[in-house]
Design a protein around this ligand. Structure first.
Ligand SMILES: CSC[C@@H](O)[C@@H](O)C(=O)COP(=O)(O)O
Ligand SMILES: [Zn+2]
Length: 207
């Protein structure tokens, strides 16, 4: 079982952040999914197919770490990409997945399977990063409609190369996480801006 009061607070937070992320243009046309851990075995998660700018608590459900719904509703099609993170790291308290134009376009054109950034002050917005002189790595996974296989692919990569702060899915979007929804949102904002800088550099260099 889970604590209903903690779930209700998490559901309110997910609705509030949905309005913010939709307002930024990062979650168009029902895309994206968001979650907040409510205890060791459960998270609050957006239901599948909902408009992210108009979420109400009725659009949020509880899933266990196997991705099984514990309350009424249809869980996000990408539930396993959330539970994969919660299962591997007990310190993760929130996960945000968005479809921002910058993330989608950059992931589509970037030729390598990892995006390495260095030299940007905003890298320090990621927990544990202390200097622009370090490099941050964002893997880019091939998009896959088989989410079980994609989640296994992500887990395998993290076991081999480390967890990092975020990853991209080619032509699809980004996933990032944090100890709570506030840190997770900070990571997402940093990621969006860093990807934007990189895309702008590519444009300028092609001029
Ligand atoms: C509306 S296209 C986007 C979806 O296919 C998916 O990638 C997505 O982000 C939202 O899926 P959902 O099942 O609503 O959580
Ligand atoms: Zn998606």
């Amino acid at each position: 079982m889970f604590d209903n009061a903690i779930f209700a607070t998490a559901a309110d937070d997910l609705c509030r952040f949905g309005r913010i992320l939709y307002g930024r243009g990062w979650s168009p046309a029902t895309s994206s999914n968001y979650s907040i851990r409510i205890d060791a075995n459960h998270c609050a998660l957006t239901s599948s197919g909902k408009h992210k700018g108009e979420l109400t608590p009725a659009d949020i459900l509880v899933v266990n770490m196997a991705g099984e719904a514990q309350t009424d509703g249809k869980p996000s099609a990408e539930t396993l990409l959330h539970t994969q993170l919660y299962q591997r790291d007990a310190s993760i308290g929130a996960v945000l997945h968005t479809h921002s134009p910058v993330g989608v376009v950059l992931s589509q054109i970037w030729p390598d399977d990892v995006l390495t950034l260095q030299g940007w002050e905003l890298q320090k917005a990621f927990a544990g990063e202390t200097t622009h002189e370090d490099t941050v790595h964002f893997p880019i996974f091939a998009n896959d409609q088989n989410i079980t296989r994609l989640a296994a692919n992500v887990e395998q990569h993290m076991q081999n190369a480390g967890q990092g702060h975020a990853y991209l899915i080619r032509g699809h979007g980004v996933y990032t996480w944090g100890k709570d929804i506030h840190e997770c949102f900070r990571h997402l904002e940093a990621l969006e801006n860093l990807l934007g800088y990189q895309l702008e550099l590519l444009k300028l260099r092609n001029l």
